[in-house]
Design a protein around this ligand. Structure first.
Ligand code: TYM
Length: 336
């Protein structure tokens, strides 16, 4: 039998995760976890690249861990851990900084977008993709399942791995592949289908569906979703039909049906109103068991801590020797 592929992915604990994070990432992790060796990280160090309220960051970090579990990541099968619990990430990031050309980072689209929105840009924001590259390559990950917006960062991780291998004439780092699902990889904002659904806008009512939103709130957001003046419910690439396309895409990603079958489900609909309610009901029913399990997990703080401590121990056992060996290759003297 072929060796199992190694998978690494993560989410920033910067706010309630939304349907985009779920359909673009977590759901795909859950679906394939049994066939892979998995590391799913709560990337709290990445969150520090923009200012955070400390109490909120602490809460969101534990909340995201509980959501990973509630969404179906099985700690018996996958390693779940908090990035800052495994010091190899920050330590190894420094080593990678010292082989990464500055120009590579300045070219990153997300850095350009995010830095344009900040009054004062932190060094960490520029360095963010190097920390992410380390996350991936310190585990010899073959695959990185992410949404469309992270593709460029995973490609940079490939470049960094290849550069290290070339500089030190080695095949020490595995060169990872981004894995982006065909459906759900770019869920758009309900209030504006020209921008992707994003955590930074998720406090704006009607923009995102957060996984912990109440059914009434979910229905409200879908009912107000921006569509167009037409009535026909079908997939389309036309920019003015992006809202309807997004709603159908969400429905398709959840049901796993093909486009024709999705359109057939709405064949008898009287207009976009029926589509909005139909998608909202599906999302509410999909999130109901996740929300119930989340509450149970958050009520048992000791068990959550135990699982996270166990995950960190497993992650350390893999990444620390890798970073130690990287130091040796680079000419640092290891403690005797
Ligand atoms: P983050 O926290 O912004 O997003 C987490 C995951 O959700 C996906 N995603 C979306 N997918 C579809 N539609 C959307 N609207 C949408 N918005 C977000 C993202 O693509 C991502 O997969 N840099 C990463 C976190 C990270 C990481 C890593 C990921 C740090 N180290 C190592 C993979 C491997 C980030 O900020 O994702």
């Amino acid at each position: 039998m072929d060796k199992k592929k190694i998978v690494f992915s993560g989410i920033q604990p910067t706010g309630n995760i939304h349907l985009g994070n779920y359909l673009g990432a977590v759901r795909n992790w859950v679906r394939e976890q049994a066939e892979k060796v998995n590391y799913f990280c709560i990337v709290d160090l990445h969150s520090l690249t923009v200012p955070q309220d400390p109490d909120n960051l602490r809460f969101q970090t534990r909340s995201l861990a509980a959501l990973y579990l509630a969404c179906g990541i099985d700690p018996e099968v996958s390693t779940i851990f908090i990035q800052s619990h495994v010091t190899a990430h920050a330590e190894g990031c420094w080593l990678l900084n010292c082989i990464t050309p500055l120009g590579w980072l300045q070219r990153m689209t997300q850095f350009k977008d995010k830095s344009a929105k900040q009054e004062s840009v932190l060094t960490g924001l520029l360095d963010y993709p190097v920390l992410m590259a380390g996350d991936i390559i310190f585990y010899d990950a073959d695959e990185v399942p992410v949404g469309e917006d992270q593709k460029q960062h995973v490609e940079l991780a490939r470049d960094i791995a290849q550069r290290f291998n070339a500089l030190y004439e080695t095949d020490f780092f595995v060169v990872p592949q981004p894995v982006i699902s065909k459906v759900g990889a770019r869920v758009m904002g309900l209030d504006d289908p020209t921008v992707k659904m994003s955590k930074s806008l998720s406090d704006k009512r009607g923009h995102a569906i957060r996984l912990l939103d109440e059914p009434d709130e979910i229905m409200y957001s879908f009912k107000r979703a921006v569509t167009d003046s037409g009535r026909e419910i079908r997939f389309s690439d036309e920019p003015e039909r992006a809202g309807v396309n997004n709603l159908l895409g969400i429905y398709q990603a959840i049901t796993g049906k093909d486009k024709t079958a999705v359109e057939a489900d709405f064949a008898g609909a009287r207009g976009y109103g029926d589509l909005k309610v139909g998608v909202a009901e599906l999302v509410i029913e999909t999130l109901r068991p996740i929300q119930a399990r989340y509450k149970e997990l958050m009520d048992d703080a000791a068990e959550l801590d135990r699982l996270l401590a166990h995950g960190a121990q497993q992650a350390r056992a893999v990444s620390q020797p890798k970073v130690d060996e990287m130091k040796r290759i680079m000419g640092l003297v290891l403690p005797g």
